[in-house]
Design a protein around this ligand. Structure first.
Ligand code: ZN
Ligand code: ZN
Length: 702
C-alpha cells in the first residue's frame, strides 16, 4: 500500500479533528504549499513523534547477528530437503544481517546457486565468502565448487589454475584425514576429465549475439519531447491542460513513449506491514523486497545487501553503490519510518534526493517569485490564467504567439528532467484539507528525522560548509531554511503522486510444483514517476497500454488512434479507487464475478496437472468468457488467459483449435507487450512446432 499505514492515518485524522477551528480554517485556506507546510511544522509534537516511533518499531531494519544465524539455519533445513530456491532466499536474508559467520552464509548461498544452475552468481558468492574470511580447513571444498562452475561456463584456463591451487592446498594441509584427502583427489580427477571433454566442444556465441540484436528496435525520436516517438505531440489548453495528441494515424501495437522512471521506489510487500507487535521470531516469508533489486527492480538471485540496513538489497555491487550515492545514504537511517509513512512519502523524499538540493532550491524559489507576480497581477484585476499565459509567453523570449508549456525548458523542449517533475500538477485544491494535513504531517516527520541524521544532501550546491551546517541543524529546534525548502518540495511531490503515480507491474511466473501450464499473476513491483508518460491524461477507457522492463516504461497504442485524437492512459487503479471512495457497489459485484472466473482458472490448472486436457480447456473457456466480459476481448488480461488455453490445447494435441487460439493470443499480447515478449515468442514456437507435425499424425489425432 502506498498510503501510510492505517494507524498513522487514523492518528493524523484524530489530530486534525482536535485542532482549533480557526487553525483548521487557516490550513484549509493556505493555498501555497509552502504555507501549508510551515503551518503544520509546529503541529508535530514530541508526543506525536513518540507515537510514530512506536509504530515504526516493528519495521526496524537494522542488522542483527541473531537474525543472520536464524536465517542461515532455516536455509540449511531447506537445502537439505533440496528446496534450493527457498534456501537461496533464506541465505539472502541471512547475508543482509551481520554475523561473525558471514563467510559461511555466502558459501552456503553459493551452493544453492550452483544447484539452481546460476554459475556466474555462484562464483561471485564464492569470492564474497573468501573476502569475508572463509575458514582455511574448508577451502578445498569451496575451491572445487569454483572449478566446477568455471568448467560449466567454459572458462577452462581459470579452472585449471584453481585445480592446481586445490592440489597444493591438499598436499600441504596436515589436518586432513586420509579419507577426506582421498575424496578430494577423486573429485579432482573427475573434474580434470570434464575439463578435457569441454576442450573438444566449442562454445557458441551465437545465442548471445542474436539476443543483443533483438534488443535493437526501430526508434524514431520526437524532436520536442524526449523519450516520445515522433507520432505524438504535446498540446496545451485550459480545459485539458497539457496532453498528448496523435500527429498521424497510429496502429495498435505502435510504440508511443519509451521512458526511464525519474524515480521509483520498490513496494515493500504485504507481510512487512502486517506485523503489529515487536517481533520475537524473524519472518521467513519472502516479500517483494527480497525478490527485486531496490534500485533497478531486476529479479534478485545473489543479492548484495546494503552495508547499513537489512532492508535494502541490490542485484549487484554497482546498483548498491549508485543507490548509496544518489539517495540511500540519506534514506538508510530512516528505513523504519519510511516503511511506516508509506511509499508515497518515500517517493517524495527520493525525488528531492535524486534531483539534488541545488536544483530543488532553485525551482522552489522560482516558484515563489512567479507566485508573487501572480498576486500583484491579481491585485490589478487580471485572472490567474491570463497572467500565467502571458508571463509564460515572456519567458519563452520567442516571437511566436505560442506560450511556453509548463515543464518545458527555455528552448521549448520537454525533457524528463526535475523541472518537468516539479511542474506536474498537484491538484492541491482537490485534496481534502484533512488529507493535505496527513501528507504535511508525514513530510514534517521526515524533515525532523532528517535534521537528526547525517545531512550529506545539503552539501551539494550549498555554499555553507557541511560541518557548520550540521552543527546548526542539531542546535536549533527549528528546521533550517534548507530543510524547509526540501519539505515544501516533498509535500508538492506527495500530492502530485495521487494523480501521477504509476504502478510498475510485472508478470510473475509462479512455478508451483510440476505444473505444466505456467501460472502467472500480475504483481505490483514499485511506484514510480514518469514525467513524459504523466503528460497522458487519465481515462477509464484508455487507448494505450503500458508494459515495464525494470524501471523503464513502454506505452503502446492498444487500438487505432486517428490523427488529431488525444492519447489517454489509465493510471494506477489502486490509487484511483482510493481517490474516489473505498468501495462502490458495482465494483463489489464485478469482483465477485471475477472470483468465479478465478475458480474456473484454478480448476483448469488442476485438470492440466492431471493431464486431462479436454476438461482443462473447458474450464479455461469459461474463465476467458468472464475475463473478456470484465476487461474486454482485446485486453492484456484476456491475452494471458488465451495464452494458457493455447498451452493446454497444444499439450492436448487439439491442433486446429490450438492454432486458432495461438493466433488470437499472439495478436492480443503483441499489441500490449510487443513482439519480443516471452509469451509471444513461445506462442510462435508452439505454432512452428504444430505446423511441423506430419500430416498423417494430425489427421489421426483429431
Ligand atoms: Zn539492480
Ligand atoms: Zn541501508
Amino acid at each position: 500500500m502506498d498510503l501510510p499505514v492505517e494507524r498513522w492515518e487514523a492518528y493524523a485524522r484524530r489530530k486534525w479533528a482536535s485542532l482549533e477551528p480557526c487553525l483548521q480554517q487557516q490550513l484549509s485556506l493556505a493555498v501555497p504549499l509552502g504555507d501549508t507546510f510551515l503551518l503544520c511544522l509546529p503541529l508535530l509534537q514530541p508526543a506525536d513523534e513518540e507515537f510514530l516511533h512506536r509504530l515504526a518499531a516493528p519495521n526496524w531494519v537494522g542488522k542483527d547477528p541473531r537474525a543472520a544465524l536464524f536465517y542461515k539455519e532455516e536455509g540449511n533445513k531447506r537445502f537439505q530437503k533440496k528446496e534450493y530456491t527457498a534456501a537461496l532466499m533464506l541465505y539472502s536474508k541471512a547475508v543482509s544481517h551481520n554475523s561473525p559467520e558471514m563467510s559461511l552464509c555466502y558459501a552456503n548461498r553459493s551452493a544453492a546457486l550452483f544447484h539452481l544452475g546460476h554459475f556466474e552468481d555462484c562464483l561471485e558468492d564464492i569470492d564474497r565468502a573468501q573476502a569475508k574470511g572463509y575458514p582455511n580447513r574448508l577451502q578445498p571444498k569451496i575451491l572445487l565448487r569454483k572449478t566446477e562452475c568455471l568448467l560449466l561456463l567454459g572458462r577452462l584456463q581459470e579452472a585449471a589454475g584453481v585445480i592446481s591451487k586445490v592440489e597444493s592446498k591438499i598436499a600441504m594441509d596436515q589436518s586432513l584425514t586420509s579419507t577426506t584427502r582421498q575424496i578430494l583427489l577423486r573429485k579432482i580427477s573427475q573434474l580434470k576429465v570434464k575439463a578435457h571433454e569441454k576442450e573438444s566442444s566449442p562454445v557458441s556465441v551465437l545465442e548471445a549475439l542474436s539476443k543483443t540484436q533483438k534488443d535493437l528496435e526501430f526508434w524514431e525520436e520526437n524532436g520536442k519531447i524526449s523519450s516520445a516517438f515522433s507520432s505524438v505531440s504535446l498540446n496545451f489548453n485550459s480545459c485539458r491542460g497539457r496532453h498528448l495528441v496523435a500527429t498521424k494515424d497510429i496502429l495498435p501495437g505502435e510504440n508511443l513513449v519509451k521512458e526511464e522512471a525519474f524515480v521509483s521506489v520498490l513496494s515493500p510487500g504485504k507481510s512487512l506491514l502486517l506485523q503489529d507487535s515487536a517481533e520475537t521470531t524473524w519472518d521467513t516469508r519472502v516479500t517483494n523486497g527480497d525478490l527485486h533489486c531496490h534500485r533497478c527492480l531486476k529479479q534478485l538471485l545473489a543479492s548484495v545487501p546494503c552495508g547499513g540496513c537489512s532492508y535494502a538489497k541490490y542485484c549487484s555491487k554497482k546498483c548498491a553503490q549508485l543507490a548509496w550515492e544518489h539517495y540511500h545514504s540519506t534514506e538508510c537511517p530512516l528505513g523504519a519510518l519510511l516503511l511506516t509513512l508509506g511509499v508515497f512519502s518515500h517517493v517524495a523524499l527520493r525525488t528531492v534526493l535524486v534531483a539534488g538540493f541545488a536544483e530543488v532550491s532553485s525551482l522552489v524559489k522560482q516558484f515563489h517569485e512567479d507566485d508573487k507576480e501572480l498576486h500583484k497581477a491579481e491585485a490589478r484585476g487580471k485572472s490567474r490564467d491570463e497572467t500565467r499565459d502571458s508571463t509564460a509567453g515572456m519567458e519563452g523570449l520567442s516571437e511566436k504567439a505560442e506560450p511556453l508549456i509548463p515543464g518545458c525548458e527555455d528552448d521549448g523542449q520537454y525533457r524528463g528532467s526535475y523541472q518537468a517533475v516539479f511542474n506536474l500538477l498537484t491538484h492541491a485544491e482537490k485534496h481534502s484539507p484533512e488529507h493535505k494535513f496527513l501528507c504535511s504531517l508525514s513530510i514534517v516527520a521526515i524533515c525532523k528525522k532528517l535534521r537528526e541524521a547525517d545531512l550529506t544532501i545539503l552539501s551539494q550546491g550549498s555554499c555553507e560548509s557541511q560541518s557548520k551546517l550540521k552543527a546548526h541543524m542539531k542546535m536549533s529546534a527549528e528546521l533550517s531554511p534548507e530543510l524547509k525548502i526540501l519539505g515544501e518540495a516533498m509535500l508538492r511531490h506527495m500530492l502530485q503522486l495521487h494523480c501521477n503515480a504509476q504502478a510498475v507491474t510485472a508478470i510473475r511466473e509462479s512455478e508451483s510444483g510440476d505444473s505444466i501450464v505456467a501460472d502467472s499473476e500480475q504483481v505490483r513491483l514499485a511506484t514510480a514517476l514518469f514525467p513524459v508518460t504523466s503528460l497522458l491524461n487519465h481515462s477509464c477507457d484508455p487507448n494505450t497500454s503500458v508494459t515495464f522492463r525494470g524501471t523503464a516504461v513502454t506505452v503502446r497504442a492498444s487500438q487505432p488512434i486517428p490523427r488529431g485524437q488525444e492519447i489517454v492512459h489509465c493510471y494506477d487503479q489502486a490509487v484511483e479507487l482510493l481517490m474516489r471512495c473505498r468501495v462502490d457497489a458495482e465494483n463489489f459485484l464485478s469482483a465477485e464475478h471475477m472470483l468465479v472466473g478465478e475458480i474456473e482458472d484454478h480448476l483448469a490448472q488442476g485438470y492440466a496437472t492431471l493431464g486431462k486436457w479436454q476438461e482443462a480447456a473447458r474450464h479455461l473457456r469459461c474463465s476467458i468468457q468472464i475475463v473478456e466480459a470484465h476487461h474486454g476481448p482485446s485486453s492484456v488480461e484476456t491475452g494471458h488467459e488465451l495464452f494458457k488455453l493455447a498451452q493446454i490445447l497444444f499439450n492436448g494435441f487439439a491442433v486446429s483449435e490450438a492454432l486458432c487460439t495461438i493466433q488470437r493470443a499472439e495478436t492480443v499480447l503483441s499489441v500490449h507487450c510487443g513482439p519480443q515478449n516471452a509469451q509471444v515468442q513461445e506462442l510462435q514456437e508452439m505454432r512452428a512446432c504444430l505446423l511441423e507435425l506430419p500430416r498423417s499424425l494430425l489427421h489421426r489425432v483429431e
